[in-house]
Ligand binder design. Sequence first.
Ligand SMILES: [Cu+2]
Length: 162
Amino acid sequence: MKNTYIAIIVLVVLAGAAVVFGVKKSAEAPIVKEPAICTMEAKQCPDGSYVGRSGPKCEFAACPEAKTPVSAVKEFVVSGKNFSFSPSTITVNKGDRVKIIFENSAGFHDFKIDEYGVATKQTNAPTTEVLEFTADKAGSFEYYCSVGSHKAMGMKGTLIVE
Ligand SMILES: [Cu+2]
């Protein structure tokens, strides 16, 4: 008998919760109603400035474009041969524009970084291939030669984006 009471109480509580949440949910449904006058709210932009609302939809004005420091292109000459890259570590800062000048001095190779989706052509030495990309992801990324088993034989290195 006691169990029956408990079961009933649980059911009542659950039903109550369902009603409360159901009502809440419908109350949250978006009501598109455009105020005649925009409220004097302001929004802070990432750069610290404020923008207000305006226009028929009372939308916030666009934030001023973030001033990204104009960073010079960081150039690295990477030489490749059977079976290594030199240097085997390249360090840049996040956001840097990176230019890799891949000088293949011996053999048939390429230079590839999967995470950045960049790769040179596979070429027979002597050749020079240039890659350029923005290091917009921080972390350690492997660069390697994708020809045959060259990577396993040592044709790999690490791009560190700090
Ligand atoms: Cu190779």
